[in-house]
Design a binder for this molecule. Structure first.
Ligand SMILES: Nc1nc2c(ncn2[C@@H]2O[C@H](COP(=O)(O)OP(=O)(O)OP(=O)(O)O)[C@@H](O)[C@H]2O)c(=O)[nH]1
Ligand SMILES: [Mg+2]
Length: 385
């Protein structure tokens, strides 16, 4: 064999070999491809399975979440219902006081005339609604009677409810504490429920995930500091205190420093309701306001005046008294449970340009609620079972 052939054959062999290997390679490649495809199908199947499982888990989680939300809503609405029925019950005496008078008048008339209006006016004033609100209600009533050409006295009741609801429904009732540090100064004459309200308020604000601190600036009345500390323990909130008879201004000063150092969201300050005389009380409040605005200018301020519903018309005098020393940003009306004088809430809303922000309907920690005019009016005029 010639060298050439040798080479050629060799090359041919080589070529054949190469062809073979290439064929093999191709075969192998296709095998690999097939394997890969199989594998990828397996992976796909697995992924699909996992996906399905995940979907199932997610679905389950979703149903659990929905169930949780439903449960929460249920709890909230039962809490709401619980509070509403408590409000209805608490307002029984007020409701009777207002409604008995109105019903008696309406029952004794067969037509709507001036005499009826006069008696109705008297009944409203007797129910602690006050002269101002009564006149507004009567004006509105006369207008609507004319407009709707009403002749049956029985139809007046519904109109009265509408007029009263309208008076209740005014003002911004939100506490100005949503952003940044805030100070709430709680003022009011002695015994109206300041300290108790502070305890309940601390509870409400803490539930809103805010850090609360209390300042025991009523150093005048014996055991006032201890009373606030009991509320502090009950709500899990610290109290800044000094000794009895210490300077209330110094307590406020320390409390502000503590609030800053601890990054407190809301500092609530208790104050004395009774001093030797009115002048002392007002002077002391002036000093406290000065310290707060000097030491804590960056804080939002709320000055809440606490009024006791059982004092009736006297509550209006108290608003005027405290208005002389400060801008009151909101009113808290306590002890609406069990009094016949709850009509005062209508008088306050009508005569004062200060919103009622919260109402107290009991001595317990949960017995302070944002004042909701619609809910209140509904409770005030609810039919008794
Ligand atoms: N029924 C009822 N009682 C309340 C309510 N709020 C407060 N009280 C009670 O009223 C009484 C006086 O409450 P305090 O919180 O001590 O009143 P205060 O304004 O701090 O009184 P001083 O510190 O003496 O000025 C206590 O027995 C409270 O339990 C309420 O909404 N309903
Ligand atoms: Mg007190």
């Amino acid at each position: 064999m010639s060298l050439f052939n040798k080479w050629f054959n060799k090359d041919k062999d080589k070529l054949n070999q190469e062809e073979l290997t290439q064929e093999e390679l191709m075969q192998e490649e296709s095998n690999v491809e097939q394997e890969e495809q199989e594998e990828s199908e397996e992976v796909k199947e697995l992924l699909e399975l996992e996906f399905e499982e995940q979907e199932q888990v997610e679905e389950q989680e979703e149903t659990e979440e929905v169930e949780e939300v439903v449960e929460e809503e249920k709890a909230l609405s039962s809490e709401k219902n619980g509070f509403f029925s408590k409000l209805v019950k608490g307002l029984t005496k007020t409701r009777n006081n207002i409604m008995d008078g109105i019903d008696n008048v309406l029952k004794s008339f067969t037509k709507i005339d001036e005499e009826l209006y006069e008696e109705l006016e008297e009944a409203l004033i007797m129910a602690d609604i006050g002269v101002d609100a009564t006149l507004k209600i009567m004006d509105g009533l006369r207008e609507k009677v004319k407009e709707k050409k009403i002749t049956d006295p029985a139809e007046l009741k519904k109109l009265l409810v509408e007029e009263i609801t309208e008076i209740l429904n005014k003002g911004n009732r939100e506490l100005n504490i949503s952003e940044g540090p805030a100070v709430i100064l709680v003022i009011g004459v002695n015994g109206v429920g300041k300290t108790t309200t502070i305890g309940k308020l601390a509870h409400v604000i803490k539930k809103d995930n805010k850090k609360v601190l209390l300042a025991a600036a009523d150093t005048f009345r014996a055991a006032a500091i201890e009373q606030l500390e009991i509320w502090g323990n009950r709500t899990g909130v610290d109290v800044i205190r000094h000794q009895e008879n210490a300077d209330p201004g110094a307590v406020i000063f320390d409390a502000i420093q503590a609030a800053k150092a601890r990054k407190t969201d809301v500092l609530i300050c208790d104050t004395a309701g009774r001093l030797h005389n009115k002048k002392n009380l007002m002077e002391e409040l002036r000093k406290i306001f000065k310290i707060i605005s000097r030491e804590y200018p960056e804080a939002r301020k709320e000055v809440l005046l606490v009024l006791d519903a059982t004092t009736g018309q006297n509550a209006l005098q108290q608003v005027k008294l405290f208005k002389e020393v400060t801008d009151i940003s909101g009113i808290i009306l306590t002890k609406l449970d069990g009094t016949a004088k709850g009509g005062i809430i209508i008088a306050i809303n009508s005569e004062m340009d200060i919103p009622i922000k919260y109402i107290g309907v009991g001595e317990g920690i949960e017995d302070l609620r944002p004042f909701n005019p619609k809910e209140f009016a509904e409770a005030l005029f609810a039919d008794e079972e």
